[in-house]
Ligand binder design. Structure first.
Ligand code: SF4
Length: 319
């Protein structure tokens, strides 16, 4: 891929000392390894609204059905400042071509899920909130994938999220000169195997969506946005080894008549070993890519599946 996908990230995760106590919370695999294949865009919402470092801790509080962001020591309310900043920055990030966002977990500004929310003066919080910046970002940009760094310490979650980021990047590149019906259909066709391997029912659902929206005379830019929003929602559920293995078998079906009986058996056995967890995805994938090169098969529908993230990221050896 010519240029790297842009990935927004909570600034403390890339080692910036912007936490309330002047510390960082570096997620080294992201900041030092995967970053070779991504353009990281760090952002700290609390520093962004002028809170400085170090600063008092703030918390989410629910009052009269509304969520506020306050300093519990003196009651200072940061809600309006944070909402305004979040709207502006979310729009800027989206228009600059950000393909995903990795947020710091548990933060009242950046957390994605299970963030503490206090009720009035009750010292017991309920973990049912989402950071205020994150709420605005995801509401304004439901088509952009997000995740907490805590989930990315699980290789399967990391691989799946990064595949969603690269899928988004491909979409952005395809539509950079503007969308038309032909480009949308081509993008969908090129990604059918990728979708089958990650969220099988979305393949047909998205095909229908395109047809229905164009039947109603929808603008291609709107159709493309709806397409990515629905696709990312479907991709929000982690895929399984079985789905990936099934997609691999489909690829093998494209060149199996060119293999000897032994070669075919070796490849199918390797895919089966992957499916039951005896070998990582890397093992059958490398052999499949070897045959694709040898038989000079470079169809996009196959490469979008086999190159869903760069092999050099090292994740295929762990999933
Ligand atoms: S969690 Fe978010 S607000 Fe807190 S230090 Fe990190 S980037 Fe800043």
């Amino acid at each position: 891929m010519a240029n790297k996908p842009k990935l927004a990230v909570s600034a403390c995760l890339v080692g910036q000392k912007v936490r309330y106590n002047g510390d960082a919370a570096e997620f080294r695999t992201l900041s030092r390894k995967w970053s070779e294949h991504l353009e990281l865009i760090p952002l700290c919402p609390e520093v962004g609204i002028g809170m400085g470092v170090p600063r008092p801790t703030i918390r989410l509080v629910r009052e009269d059905g509304k969520i506020k962001l306050v300093n519990p020591k003196n009651g200072e309310d940061f809600t309006e400042r944070m909402l305004e900043y979040s709207e502006i920055q979310s729009d800027l990030l989206a228009s600059s071509g950000v393909c995903g966002f990795v947020f710091k977990k548990d933060s009242p500004s950046c957390g994605v899920e299970r963030v503490k929310v206090y009720r009035g003066d009750n010292p017991q919080a309920v973990r049912d909130g989402r950071g205020m910046f994150t709420t605005v970002f995801t509401t304004l940009n439901p088509h952009i994938p997000v995740i907490e760094e805590g989930r990315m310490s699980d290789s399967r979650q990391a691989e799946h999220f990064l595949a969603r980021v690269h899928f988004f990047h491909e979409w952005l590149m395809t539509g950079k000169e503007g969308w038309d019906a032909q480009k949308i259909m081509q993008f969908h066709n090129d990604n059918k195997l990728f979708l089958l391997s990650r969220a099988p029912s979305s393949k047909r659902m998205l095909g229908r969506l395109i047809a229905e929206l164009f039947d109603k005379g929808a603008n291609p830019e709107f159709v493309a946005l709806e397409y990515m929003t629905k696709a990312q929602k479907a991709l929000n559920t982690l895929t399984s080894k079985g789905r990936i293995a099934h997609a691999m078998e489909r690829v093998v079906g494209q060149f199996s008549e060119k293999l000897t009986k032994d070669q075919r058996k070796e490849l199918i056995d390797l895919i089966t070993d992957f499916r039951v967890g005896h070998v990582p995805r890397f093992a059958p994938l490398v052999l499949i890519k070897h045959y694709l090169r040898r038989f000079e098969m470079d169809k996009k529908i196959i490469s979008r599946f086999t190159n869903s993230i760069p092999l050099e990221m090292g994740l295929m050896a762990k999933v």
